[in-house]
Ligand binder design. Structure first.
Ligand code: FAD
Length: 244
């Protein structure tokens, strides 16, 4: 209810595509130029609205992947049967206009002013708001320990693959569908046992952010509760009903 009231006060802003980066074969980052943008916190999202020539409109939510103070970048995964994501991933060109409304969300955010270690748990494109947190930590020079446990289908599907290490956080990959030869990392879905090997001990009272499909988020959160994590340490963001 509170979030609905806040969204009601936000107005749609005209935005234009200022740049695009192909991240994987199915994922693209769009840098948006948004005159009048009020700034955002790491972990927040916005709504994108597209209007067709005949006036038909469609809107979807997208997390902001850029650090606060660093513009507005969205990273979108193409769902082949989707209405909006194929346009954003395959068709949007520099100069194209969309509308955005945001920033939205005051719960799934990390501002970098708490001392507790941070555990980020990402499934696929769920890494996007967590990347904003990792970038924010690097940008402000925070020494808060931060670890990312990141589940992807294959090595080629790892979004931001080469950008993660330079940010100075620990990264643990698991590849659920196919692994490159010689792969020594994890090769299964995130479960309690995997988390018990890589998560901060419960005695550290870590702050946890889990993001991905609904099924992924539920599995990861259940695993963390089984490890003795308290429910109010765990913040979750669900991207959609299905997916792996
Ligand atoms: C708060 C929030 C933040 C989000 N941030 C991002 C982001 O940073 N990057 C990103 O790529 N997406 C993100 N999403 C998902 C995004 O809003 C859309 O749902 C997604 O792009 C699909 O839209 P579409 O119009 O292409 O597909 P639709 O036409 O809406 O759906 C097509 C088909 O895909 C299924 N579907 C819908 N959403 C998903 C999903 N997420 N995973 C798997 N199957 C799905 C539907 O059930 C349907 O069968 C976010 C969602 C929320 C709620």
């Amino acid at each position: 209810m509170v979030e609905t009231a806040v969204i009601g006060r936000l107005t749609w802003l005209a935005a234009s595509v200022a740049g695009a980066v192909q991240e994987t074969s199915r994922v693209r980052t769009l840098e948006l130029d948004v005159p009048g943008w009020a700034g955002h916190r790491a972990g927040q999202h916005l709504d994108v609205r597209l209007t067709a020539e005949d006036g038909y409109q469609a809107q979807r939510s997208y997390s902001i992947g850029s650090a606060p103070g660093d513009g507005v970048a969205l990273t979108i995964e193409r769902l082949d049967d989707g209405e909006v994501s194929p346009y954003l991933v395959d068709e949007a060109r520099e100069g194209d206009q969309v509308e955005v409304r945001g920033p939205i969300g005051g719960y799934f955010v990390w501002d970098g002013d708490e001392p507790e270690p941070v555990l980020l748990v990402a499934g696929g494109s769920g890494v996007v708001p967590l990347m904003a947190m990792a970038r924010h930590r690097a940008r402000i020079g925070s020494e808060t320990p931060m670890r990312l446990v990141y589940s992807s289908r294959t090595w080629g599907d790892v979004i931001y693959r080469d950008e993660l290490e330079p940010l100075g956080l620990d990264v643990v990959h698991t590849l659920t569908r196919e692994q490159p030869s010689g792969w020594t990392g994890y090769s299964r879905r995130i479960d309690t046992e995997l988390l018990s090997e890589v998560a901060w001990p419960a005695s550290d009272s870590p702050r946890v952010y889990v993001c991905g499909s609904t099924r992924f988020v539920d599995a990861a959160a259940d695993g963390l509760l089984e490890l003795g994590y308290e429910a109010d340490w765990i913040r979750t963001e669900r991207f959609g009903a299905t997916g792996s």
